[in-house]
Design a protein around this ligand. Structure first.
Ligand code: NDP
Ligand code: OXD
Length: 313
Protein backbone atom coordinates (compact mmCIF):
# COMPACT_ATOMS: atom_id res chain seq x y z
CA UNK A 1 0.00 0.00 0.00
CA UNK A 2 1.27 3.48 -0.86
CA UNK A 3 2.56 5.81 1.87
CA UNK A 4 -0.36 8.16 2.51
CA UNK A 5 -0.19 11.90 3.23
CA UNK A 6 -1.30 13.28 6.57
CA UNK A 7 -3.67 16.17 7.18
CA UNK A 8 -2.89 18.00 10.43
CA UNK A 9 -5.95 19.86 11.75
CA UNK A 10 -5.50 21.22 15.27
CA UNK A 11 -7.67 23.91 16.83
CA UNK A 12 -6.21 25.90 19.74
CA UNK A 13 -2.93 23.94 19.70
CA UNK A 14 0.21 25.08 17.92
CA UNK A 15 0.87 22.58 15.12
CA UNK A 16 4.64 23.30 14.81
CA UNK A 17 6.15 20.37 16.70
CA UNK A 18 3.46 17.92 15.53
CA UNK A 19 4.13 18.87 11.93
CA UNK A 20 7.89 18.66 12.31
CA UNK A 21 7.78 15.20 13.87
CA UNK A 22 5.17 13.78 11.48
CA UNK A 23 7.20 15.17 8.56
CA UNK A 24 10.07 12.89 9.59
CA UNK A 25 8.21 10.04 7.84
CA UNK A 26 5.21 11.49 6.03
CA UNK A 27 4.21 14.37 3.82
CA UNK A 28 2.08 16.65 5.98
CA UNK A 29 -0.65 19.05 4.82
CA UNK A 30 -1.59 21.71 7.33
CA UNK A 31 -5.22 22.75 7.62
CA UNK A 32 -6.81 25.00 6.21
CA UNK A 33 -5.10 23.43 3.16
CA UNK A 34 -6.03 19.89 2.26
CA UNK A 35 -9.84 19.94 2.06
CA UNK A 36 -11.04 17.37 -0.55
CA UNK A 37 -7.43 16.33 -1.30
CA UNK A 38 -7.44 12.74 -2.64
CA UNK A 39 -3.77 12.20 -1.69
CA UNK A 40 -4.56 12.50 2.04
CA UNK A 41 -5.12 9.17 3.76
CA UNK A 42 -4.72 10.09 7.45
CA UNK A 43 -5.91 12.95 9.63
CA UNK A 44 -4.32 13.93 12.94
CA UNK A 45 -6.81 16.13 14.72
CA UNK A 46 -7.90 18.13 17.74
CA UNK A 47 -11.36 19.72 17.43
CA UNK A 48 -11.26 19.58 13.66
CA UNK A 49 -13.52 21.87 11.63
CA UNK A 50 -16.94 20.22 10.98
CA UNK A 51 -17.31 18.58 7.53
CA UNK A 52 -13.56 18.66 6.90
CA UNK A 53 -12.98 14.92 7.28
CA UNK A 54 -15.94 13.95 5.09
CA UNK A 55 -14.41 16.01 2.26
CA UNK A 56 -11.38 13.66 2.08
CA UNK A 57 -12.26 10.92 -0.43
CA UNK A 58 -9.41 8.51 0.47
CA UNK A 59 -9.23 8.90 4.24
CA UNK A 60 -8.24 5.63 5.96
CA UNK A 61 -7.98 6.62 9.63
CA UNK A 62 -8.32 9.56 12.00
CA UNK A 63 -5.89 9.98 14.91
CA UNK A 64 -6.93 12.00 17.95
CA UNK A 65 -4.04 13.78 19.64
CA UNK A 66 -5.81 13.15 22.95
CA UNK A 67 -7.21 10.21 24.87
CA UNK A 68 -10.65 11.82 24.62
CA UNK A 69 -12.45 11.70 21.28
CA UNK A 70 -15.60 13.73 22.01
CA UNK A 71 -14.01 16.57 20.01
CA UNK A 72 -14.05 14.32 16.93
CA UNK A 73 -17.62 13.13 17.40
CA UNK A 74 -18.79 16.76 17.49
CA UNK A 75 -18.51 16.66 13.67
CA UNK A 76 -21.97 15.93 12.19
CA UNK A 77 -20.58 14.37 9.01
CA UNK A 78 -17.89 12.15 10.46
CA UNK A 79 -16.88 9.60 7.80
CA UNK A 80 -16.98 5.89 8.59
CA UNK A 81 -13.24 5.29 9.07
CA UNK A 82 -11.43 4.05 12.19
CA UNK A 83 -10.81 6.65 14.89
CA UNK A 84 -7.71 6.04 17.00
CA UNK A 85 -7.36 7.49 20.50
CA UNK A 86 -4.19 8.08 22.49
CA UNK A 87 -3.01 5.33 24.77
CA UNK A 88 0.54 6.16 25.82
CA UNK A 89 2.58 5.52 28.93
CA UNK A 90 3.69 9.11 29.18
CA UNK A 91 0.13 10.52 29.09
CA UNK A 92 -1.00 7.90 31.60
CA UNK A 93 1.87 8.84 33.89
CA UNK A 94 0.92 12.55 33.72
CA UNK A 95 -2.66 11.74 34.66
CA UNK A 96 -1.59 9.47 37.51
CA UNK A 97 0.59 12.28 38.85
CA UNK A 98 -2.30 14.74 38.68
CA UNK A 99 -4.75 12.40 40.44
CA UNK A 100 -2.31 11.40 43.17
CA UNK A 101 -1.25 15.04 43.68
CA UNK A 102 -4.84 16.21 44.11
CA UNK A 103 -5.93 13.25 46.28
CA UNK A 104 -2.96 13.74 48.60
CA UNK A 105 -3.46 17.50 48.78
CA UNK A 106 -7.10 17.07 49.85
CA UNK A 107 -6.28 14.17 52.17
CA UNK A 108 -3.40 16.06 53.84
CA UNK A 109 -5.48 19.27 54.09
CA UNK A 110 -3.40 21.44 51.78
CA UNK A 111 -6.10 24.10 51.64
CA UNK A 112 -6.18 24.46 55.41
CA UNK A 113 -2.40 24.64 55.73
CA UNK A 114 -2.11 27.23 52.96
CA UNK A 115 -4.67 29.39 54.69
CA UNK A 116 -3.00 28.88 58.10
CA UNK A 117 0.35 29.89 56.61
CA UNK A 118 -1.15 33.10 55.22
CA UNK A 119 -2.35 33.95 58.71
CA UNK A 120 0.85 32.65 60.40
CA UNK A 121 -1.14 30.10 62.42
CA UNK A 122 0.85 27.24 64.02
CA UNK A 123 -1.73 24.50 64.47
CA UNK A 124 -1.70 20.78 63.73
CA UNK A 125 -5.15 19.42 62.93
CA UNK A 126 -5.86 15.69 63.46
CA UNK A 127 -4.47 13.34 60.81
CA UNK A 128 -6.20 10.26 59.43
CA UNK A 129 -4.53 7.26 57.79
CA UNK A 130 -5.04 6.90 54.05
CA UNK A 131 -6.78 3.60 54.69
CA UNK A 132 -9.69 5.48 56.30
CA UNK A 133 -10.39 7.29 53.04
CA UNK A 134 -12.14 5.77 50.02
CA UNK A 135 -11.18 7.20 46.66
CA UNK A 136 -13.81 6.38 44.03
CA UNK A 137 -12.67 6.48 40.42
CA UNK A 138 -15.44 7.07 37.88
CA UNK A 139 -14.11 5.58 34.66
CA UNK A 140 -11.89 2.60 35.35
CA UNK A 141 -10.22 2.65 31.94
CA UNK A 142 -6.59 3.15 30.95
CA UNK A 143 -6.15 6.27 33.07
CA UNK A 144 -8.44 5.27 35.94
CA UNK A 145 -6.75 1.91 36.47
CA UNK A 146 -3.25 3.39 36.47
CA UNK A 147 -4.24 6.00 39.07
CA UNK A 148 -6.06 3.34 41.10
CA UNK A 149 -2.99 1.17 41.34
CA UNK A 150 -0.78 3.99 42.72
CA UNK A 151 -3.50 5.07 45.18
CA UNK A 152 -3.73 1.48 46.38
CA UNK A 153 0.01 1.39 46.92
CA UNK A 154 -0.32 4.54 49.08
CA UNK A 155 -2.83 2.70 51.26
CA UNK A 156 -6.10 4.32 50.17
CA UNK A 157 -9.24 2.24 49.88
CA UNK A 158 -10.15 2.43 46.18
CA UNK A 159 -13.52 2.01 44.44
CA UNK A 160 -14.04 1.99 40.69
CA UNK A 161 -17.08 2.52 38.49
CA UNK A 162 -17.27 1.59 34.82
CA UNK A 163 -19.87 0.79 32.15
CA UNK A 164 -19.15 -2.93 32.13
CA UNK A 165 -17.81 -4.85 35.11
CA UNK A 166 -14.01 -4.38 35.24
CA UNK A 167 -12.57 -6.38 38.14
CA UNK A 168 -9.27 -5.10 39.53
CA UNK A 169 -7.32 -6.65 42.39
CA UNK A 170 -7.70 -4.63 45.59
CA UNK A 171 -10.37 -2.34 44.12
CA UNK A 172 -14.09 -2.56 44.95
CA UNK A 173 -15.67 -2.36 41.52
CA UNK A 174 -19.17 -1.27 40.53
CA UNK A 175 -20.73 -1.16 37.07
CA UNK A 176 -23.49 0.49 35.12
CA UNK A 177 -26.51 2.41 36.35
CA UNK A 178 -27.26 -0.12 39.08
CA UNK A 179 -23.77 0.28 40.51
CA UNK A 180 -23.66 4.07 40.55
CA UNK A 181 -25.39 4.87 43.86
CA UNK A 182 -23.64 2.09 45.83
CA UNK A 183 -20.33 3.32 44.36
CA UNK A 184 -21.03 6.92 45.40
CA UNK A 185 -22.28 5.91 48.85
CA UNK A 186 -18.92 4.19 49.46
CA UNK A 187 -16.77 7.09 48.16
CA UNK A 188 -15.19 10.03 50.05
CA UNK A 189 -13.03 11.49 47.28
CA UNK A 190 -14.61 11.22 43.83
CA UNK A 191 -12.15 11.22 40.91
CA UNK A 192 -13.79 11.62 37.50
CA UNK A 193 -11.94 10.09 34.54
CA UNK A 194 -14.90 9.35 32.29
CA UNK A 195 -15.11 10.10 28.58
CA UNK A 196 -17.76 12.58 27.44
CA UNK A 197 -20.57 10.72 25.65
CA UNK A 198 -24.33 11.26 25.40
CA UNK A 199 -24.64 8.90 28.41
CA UNK A 200 -22.12 10.70 30.64
CA UNK A 201 -22.88 14.34 29.79
CA UNK A 202 -23.94 16.20 32.96
CA UNK A 203 -23.45 13.16 35.18
CA UNK A 204 -21.63 15.19 37.85
CA UNK A 205 -24.69 17.02 39.11
CA UNK A 206 -26.02 17.98 42.53
CA UNK A 207 -27.99 14.73 42.96
CA UNK A 208 -24.89 12.64 42.33
CA UNK A 209 -22.70 14.75 44.63
CA UNK A 210 -25.33 14.41 47.37
CA UNK A 211 -24.83 10.62 47.29
CA UNK A 212 -21.13 10.79 48.24
CA UNK A 213 -20.21 9.34 51.62
CA UNK A 214 -20.49 11.77 54.51
CA UNK A 215 -18.80 9.73 57.24
CA UNK A 216 -15.10 10.34 56.84
CA UNK A 217 -12.02 11.93 58.27
CA UNK A 218 -11.87 14.65 55.67
CA UNK A 219 -14.75 16.63 57.11
CA UNK A 220 -16.73 16.30 53.90
CA UNK A 221 -16.58 14.79 50.45
CA UNK A 222 -14.31 15.98 47.68
CA UNK A 223 -14.63 16.13 43.88
CA UNK A 224 -11.71 15.88 41.46
CA UNK A 225 -12.64 16.12 37.76
CA UNK A 226 -9.98 15.57 35.11
CA UNK A 227 -12.28 13.89 32.57
CA UNK A 228 -14.24 16.46 30.60
CA UNK A 229 -15.95 19.70 31.59
CA UNK A 230 -19.33 18.83 30.14
CA UNK A 231 -19.52 15.81 32.42
CA UNK A 232 -20.19 18.32 35.20
CA UNK A 233 -22.65 21.09 35.96
CA UNK A 234 -20.49 23.96 37.22
CA UNK A 235 -23.49 25.57 38.98
CA UNK A 236 -24.28 22.33 40.84
CA UNK A 237 -20.69 22.09 42.08
CA UNK A 238 -20.90 25.66 43.41
CA UNK A 239 -24.20 24.88 45.10
CA UNK A 240 -22.74 21.70 46.66
CA UNK A 241 -19.70 23.61 47.92
CA UNK A 242 -21.84 26.34 49.36
CA UNK A 243 -24.25 24.10 51.28
CA UNK A 244 -21.50 21.74 52.53
CA UNK A 245 -22.43 18.78 50.33
CA UNK A 246 -18.88 19.09 49.03
CA UNK A 247 -15.96 20.16 51.18
CA UNK A 248 -13.53 20.95 48.38
CA UNK A 249 -12.98 20.40 44.65
CA UNK A 250 -10.07 20.17 42.24
CA UNK A 251 -11.22 20.93 38.71
CA UNK A 252 -9.08 20.59 35.60
CA UNK A 253 -11.98 20.78 33.15
CA UNK A 254 -15.04 23.03 32.82
CA UNK A 255 -18.32 23.29 30.95
CA UNK A 256 -16.82 26.19 28.97
CA UNK A 257 -13.07 26.33 28.30
CA UNK A 258 -11.14 28.49 28.80
CA UNK A 259 -13.05 29.02 32.07
CA UNK A 260 -14.74 32.44 31.65
CA UNK A 261 -13.23 35.21 33.79
CA UNK A 262 -16.71 35.75 35.25
CA UNK A 263 -16.93 32.21 36.66
CA UNK A 264 -17.11 32.06 40.44
CA UNK A 265 -15.04 28.89 40.34
CA UNK A 266 -11.89 30.97 39.71
CA UNK A 267 -12.00 32.66 43.10
CA UNK A 268 -13.88 30.11 45.18
CA UNK A 269 -11.80 29.44 48.30
CA UNK A 270 -12.54 25.72 48.22
CA UNK A 271 -11.75 25.16 44.55
CA UNK A 272 -8.37 24.35 43.01
CA UNK A 273 -8.37 25.23 39.30
CA UNK A 274 -5.99 23.98 36.60
CA UNK A 275 -6.46 24.90 32.90
CA UNK A 276 -7.19 21.47 31.33
CA UNK A 277 -3.61 20.55 32.04
CA UNK A 278 -3.86 17.28 33.97
CA UNK A 279 -2.22 15.23 31.22
CA UNK A 280 -0.76 17.04 28.28
CA UNK A 281 -0.37 15.46 24.82
CA UNK A 282 3.33 15.54 24.08
CA UNK A 283 4.08 15.10 20.35
CA UNK A 284 7.53 13.70 21.14
CA UNK A 285 5.85 10.69 22.71
CA UNK A 286 2.66 10.50 20.65
CA UNK A 287 3.80 11.06 17.06
CA UNK A 288 6.01 7.92 16.96
CA UNK A 289 2.99 5.86 18.06
CA UNK A 290 0.86 7.38 15.28
CA UNK A 291 3.55 6.84 12.64
CA UNK A 292 3.97 3.23 13.75
CA UNK A 293 0.23 2.68 13.43
CA UNK A 294 0.08 4.21 9.94
CA UNK A 295 2.92 1.95 8.79
CA UNK A 296 1.24 -1.09 10.37
CA UNK A 297 -2.03 -0.34 8.58
CA UNK A 298 -0.19 -0.11 5.28
CA UNK A 299 1.37 -3.53 5.94
CA UNK A 300 -2.16 -4.87 6.31
CA UNK A 301 -2.06 -5.06 10.11
CA UNK A 302 -4.81 -3.96 12.46
CA UNK A 303 -4.91 -0.53 14.12
CA UNK A 304 -4.76 -0.47 17.92
CA UNK A 305 -6.84 1.64 20.31
CA UNK A 306 -9.64 2.15 17.84
CA UNK A 307 -12.65 3.87 19.33
CA UNK A 308 -15.91 1.97 19.64
CA UNK A 309 -18.14 4.28 17.60
CA UNK A 310 -21.33 3.02 19.16
CA UNK A 311 -20.08 3.59 22.70
CA UNK A 312 -18.54 6.94 21.67
CA UNK A 313 -15.16 6.41 23.36
P1 NDP B 1 -10.88 4.67 28.53
O1 NDP B 1 -11.72 4.57 27.31
O2 NDP B 1 -9.70 3.76 28.67
O3 NDP B 1 -11.79 4.45 29.82
C1 NDP B 1 -13.04 5.04 29.98
C2 NDP B 1 -13.70 4.45 31.21
O4 NDP B 1 -14.97 5.09 31.41
C3 NDP B 1 -13.99 2.94 31.06
O5 NDP B 1 -13.79 2.30 32.30
C4 NDP B 1 -15.47 2.93 30.69
O6 NDP B 1 -16.16 1.74 31.04
C5 NDP B 1 -15.98 4.10 31.51
N1 NDP B 1 -17.26 4.58 30.98
C6 NDP B 1 -17.53 5.09 29.76
N2 NDP B 1 -18.83 5.39 29.64
C7 NDP B 1 -19.39 5.05 30.82
C8 NDP B 1 -20.72 5.10 31.32
N3 NDP B 1 -21.73 5.55 30.57
N4 NDP B 1 -20.94 4.65 32.56
C9 NDP B 1 -19.92 4.17 33.32
N5 NDP B 1 -18.63 4.11 32.92
C10 NDP B 1 -18.38 4.54 31.68
O7 NDP B 1 -10.45 6.19 28.63
P2 NDP B 1 -9.12 6.81 29.26
O8 NDP B 1 -8.94 6.27 30.61
O9 NDP B 1 -8.01 6.71 28.29
O10 NDP B 1 -9.52 8.38 29.32
C11 NDP B 1 -10.64 8.82 30.04
C12 NDP B 1 -10.95 10.26 29.73
O11 NDP B 1 -10.01 11.12 30.35
C13 NDP B 1 -10.85 10.67 28.25
O12 NDP B 1 -11.98 10.27 27.53
C14 NDP B 1 -10.73 12.18 28.35
O13 NDP B 1 -12.01 12.76 28.33
C15 NDP B 1 -10.08 12.39 29.71
N6 NDP B 1 -8.74 12.96 29.61
C16 NDP B 1 -8.48 14.19 30.16
C17 NDP B 1 -7.23 14.73 30.11
C18 NDP B 1 -6.91 16.01 30.80
O14 NDP B 1 -5.81 16.54 30.63
N7 NDP B 1 -7.81 16.56 31.58
C19 NDP B 1 -6.11 14.02 29.46
C20 NDP B 1 -6.48 12.73 28.94
C21 NDP B 1 -7.75 12.23 29.00
P3 NDP B 1 -15.75 0.31 30.40
O15 NDP B 1 -14.45 -0.06 31.09
O16 NDP B 1 -16.85 -0.58 30.77
O17 NDP B 1 -15.58 0.53 28.93
C1 OXD C 1 -7.09 14.31 26.20
C2 OXD C 1 -6.98 15.65 26.80
O1 OXD C 1 -8.19 13.88 25.89
O2 OXD C 1 -5.85 16.19 26.88
O3 OXD C 1 -6.04 13.66 26.03
O4 OXD C 1 -7.99 16.20 27.24
Amino acid sequence: MEKGRVLLALTGIHPGRWRELLSGEREVVLEPDGASDPSITYAVVWKQRPNLLSSLPNLRAVFSIGAGVDHIFADPTLPDVPIVKVVADNLTQYMTEYVVWRVLDHHRQGLLYRSQQQKKIWHEPPQRPAGDISVGIMGLGTLGRAAASVLLSLGFAVNGWSRSDKPMKGVSTYAGEAGLIPFLNATDILVVLLPLTPQTQGIINYGVLKELRKRNGLGGSVLINAGRGRLQKDADILRALEDGTLKEASLDVFEVEPLPKTSRLWSHPKVFVTPHAAATSDPVHLVPIMLRQMAALERGEKLENVVDRKAGY
